[in-house]
Ligand binder design. Sequence first.
Ligand code: DGJ
Length: 743
Amino acid sequence: MINQRNMKKLLLSILLLAAGAGAFAQPRALDTTPPLRLDTKNMTLLLSAREGQALRYVYLGERLSDKDLAGVRYAGALNAEVYPAYGQRTMQGDAVAVTHGDGNMSLELPVREIRTEETPDATLLRVETKDPLYEFYVTIFFKAWKDVDMIETWTELRSGEKKPVTLRRFDSAALPIRVGDVWASHLYGTWANEGRLVQEPLTRGTLKIENKDGVRNSHTSHAEVMFSLDGKPQENSGTVLGAALCYSGNFHLEVITGDSDYHRFLAGISPDNSTLTLSRGESFRTPELAFTLSTEGLSGASRNFHDWARAHRIAHGDKERKILLNSWEGVYFDINEAGMDQMMGDIAAMGGELFVMDDGWFGDKYPRKNDSSSLGDWVVDRNKLPHGIQWLVDAAGRHGIDFGIWIEPEMANTVSELYEKHPDWIINAPDRSVVQGRGGTQVVLDLGNPAVQDYVFRIVDDLMTQYPGIKYIKWDANMNVSSHGSSYLKADRQSELYIRYHQGFAAVCDRIRAKYPDLTIQACASGGGRANYGVLPWFDEFWVSDNTDALQRIYMQWGTSYFFPSIAMASHISAVPNHTVYRVTPLKYRIDVAMSGRLGMELQPKDMTPEEIAQCKQAIAEYKQIRPTVQFGDLYRLVSPYDNRGIASLMYCAKDKSEAVFYWWRIENFYDSHFPRVKMAGLDPDRMYTAYELDKAPGQRPLSFEGKSFSGAFLMANGLEMPGGFSRDLTGYASRVLRLVAE
Ligand code: DGJ
């Protein structure tokens, strides 16, 4: 641990060493300076900070005992620069590149000051570096959480130069990864197919994962990655390094494999069409890269992300999520008072706790009848809702549930009163025709403009001051940046558009959270476009995908769970045929998939049969019993849908192992398929667990082990045989959910 006394000793030794060795001595001898040490619960990071030399990694791995500390550097240390800068001895990709005011494109970053700060939760290390020739400073931060296995790192770039400095690259971090049989697991996809898992070995060359949407950043590639360090990725064994760039905008993750013993992993804001200028006294803070190490495989790394997220990164990470009905797939734009009241009554009767009125409730001069108008005009459509929002809030109260509302505040339609008043508020290349998106008329507002930021803040503020009873906001974003240009930014700052957008977005979210800390906010972005740790400090959850088909959701939710906990993953039961892929799956299957995330509904209850209503009511009651385990427990992924074994299976175990929930979904339906028997994980081997099946379909025969008890050891060594074959009980897509309760 680095405390004040140790730090003083360390600084003294740094000064003595620098005096003896000369400030910028090269080449480097074996570093005998005591390394800086940062620990999480199970991870240690050692850094070498010698004054006059670049900050270097010494060790990143399992937590070191004090006995091994002295020997580490002799065992073969990492010896890689923490924040490689372009211009001197650069060969394999740099984290930062600048052009100084006089045109010099090189940068050196020797250490000049080290500070640490201890809080009950974390150790914060701050290493200041300065270019010896220029008034250009980079401060490198590491924050090691003590209660979870996560370290966050970021930098702050500051210029004191007379002439403006151009930042050409400004990554958050660079991490060395020892070459071996290393595999990357990351997510890709598209609208309605988000969070798909891809796993590939690292080979020579560059693996580049990037997103350039401008507004959202997780429809295609995600800003998170896991590296399995000792061979093909395994869910529950092997050493895994996981990393998440906590940013809401364009990013790049790169793994450069050259001729050295280390892959160089770089992560940061994408510099594509995006340079920054720092005038004298200006600074820029890069987003955090959060990284973790697990010796319990991919699932172990996921648990580390989930623990960190719930404790430190997601809004209200310690609060149970409510079971809701969202109106979108039930009525689309067909909003009216009687319909909303009926839906509220129906979800309340099924045991739900919240109703969310989706798109279609607003617009005066241009009422929102479809997606081609009205964004920007956030006044209630009195033809649809003659008694306004308060009537709905009160109606929800009468039904004993909460009320939530949909908005899309960062956007406008060119058919709107807002656009008529402020055509200069949109993002579009100056003097060019307006590129319009969804509905043929959607445009993105220029959030880099402080006037637009005020306006966006006021959308939420007006709603919340007029209707303080609103408990939930679904914040949507359905367009990317399609045309590069800002009427607000000066001509020589147009290249900052993407970054200023997300700084503006952050500023608005900060203001909203300062005033409305208790509001629940969902990040929706044409489905799962905003599943990232850049937005989650302000948002409670995200909509995983507009595709609610249960089968495809198994794949998407599997991938998404690599990095995000179930409390953040909105997962809704919807109608069949599914509205996106038209697949027909049994209600039980749809419930069993939705129950593995933050359960909700996305349908018109009045179209359900009394039997279906009864089944959902029962499932909601059961979900309430397992909610603490699902939303706060430890996730163990057991059989991957990506492994083509005909099933997928995962489970959540309560932290105290007093209970668990086991999910089993058939994903293939061929006669004569033979599925693996699934061994469980995460249980207490010495305790006895009684098995109860949840969400039993009407008339379904009980499982042979219903109400029977088994030791955790038995369940982890053998599992329980799920009924195979086909029968009336098990037609089409079959699934099982078991609750395991310790005696
Ligand atoms: C896209 C979202 O993903 C949907 O859930 C829905 O809210 C629509 N927008 C509304 O326009």
